[in-house]
Design a protein around this ligand. Structure first.
Ligand SMILES: Cc1cc2nc3c(=O)[nH]c(=O)nc-3n(C[C@H](O)[C@H](O)[C@H](O)COP(=O)(O)OP(=O)(O)OC[C@H]3O[C@@H](n4cnc5c(N)ncnc54)[C@H](O)[C@@H]3O)c2cc1C
Length: 258
């Protein structure tokens, strides 16, 4: 079976992701104590075109322990290593892809494979990227935009702010772990930064619940999956707003405690 991209779908209906492109770390830079920008380079990146904000890419990292890059096989449903194990792949926002370079802004958090790697990734370290996955199409007729997210959503929110026409008013809510995690956002949106409470996304749930949203507004929001579920419940079930006005995406999952 094929789709409009001509990439085959498996029997389970999952489309084979684009092939991995090899790349290497050129440099890393701390944007905040909680966010490291990793800039990759490599000849293969010349063909990586990102033309929508808030798109995604899969980044394949070197194997922890050996530092070797092992390119996995697509089995029709997921990528697997030759030994059947899951490869070290994580999803990120391609913050800048141009001139054969790719910037990925990675949040630093405890116990994260990518996060731990980003803190010490030396120039020349190998990695690979597959994508991009679809981004967000701006509605030029929106009467206003509400953008919200935690630190993992800052790269996407920044791209959305760059893409939304300046005549459309934008309100932004960002939840950060500490005050130093705050970054300058593009343009001059009405912005509110919330200090996290230890319950990821809780301040975003409260902020959105307290914001007037109408059918003519558009909402984009991303962060911890359970918090995003509460935001969908608020917008679509409690307020009865049409699903078409809001894109609410779980970017990561807090581990279950029970
Ligand atoms: C479309 C999309 C775009 C994304 N864009 C970005 C981006 O640009 N930048 C970015 O940093 N992330 C982004 N993410 C989120 C990122 O994929 C996850 O946070 C991922 O789990 C990070 O990988 P890791 O190896 O550091 O942690 P993992 O090894 O996957 O997770 C280890 C542990 O850390 C927890 N964890 C994962 N993420 C966080 C976090 N942010 N804060 C606290 N605990 C966490 C997990 O629950 C797990 O228990 C995006 C996700 C999606 C789906």
């Amino acid at each position: 079976m094929t789709d409009s991209t001509d990439r085959p779908r498996s029997a389970s209906g999952r489309r084979k992701p684009p092939e991995f492109r090899n790349m290497q770390v050129l440099r890393t830079e701390h944007l905040t104590p909680h966010m490291v920008r990793v800039t990759f380079g490599g000849d293969d990146l010349a063909g990586l075109v990102v033309d929508e904000p808030a798109a995604s890419v899969r980044v394949l990292l070197p194997m922890p322990g050996t530092g070797e890059l092992v390119v996995p096989e697509w089995n029709g449903n997921e990528f697997l290593l030759p030994d059947g194990n899951r490869p070290p792949i994580r999803t990120f926002t391609p913050r800048r892809a141009e001139d054969g370079e790719l910037d990925i802004d990675m949040v630093i958090h405890e116990g994260g494979l990518a996060s731990t790697w980003a803190l010490q990734a030396p120039p020349g370290d190998p990695a690979a990227v597959s994508g991009p996955g679809r981004g967000y199409t701006i509605d030029p007729g929106a009467s206003g935009y509400l953008l919200a997210g935690d630190e993992t959503a800052i790269p996407a929110i920044s791209q959305l702010l760059e893409a939304i026409p300046s005549a459309i008013p934008v309100q932004v809510h960002v939840e950060v772990a500490t005050a130093e995690a705050r970054l300058d956002l593009p343009g001059s949106p009405e912005e509110e930064w919330h200090l996290g409470t230890g319950d990821p996304g809780a301040t975003l749930v409260d902020a959105i619940a307290a914001t007037d949203v109408t059918d003519s507004n558009r909402v984009w929001c991303a962060g911890e999956a359970a918090a995003m579920h509460k935001i969908r419940t608020n917008l679509f079930k409690e307020r009865g707003l049409p699903r078409s006005i809001a894109t609410v995406r779980g970017y990561w999952k807090r581990p279950r405690t029970t």
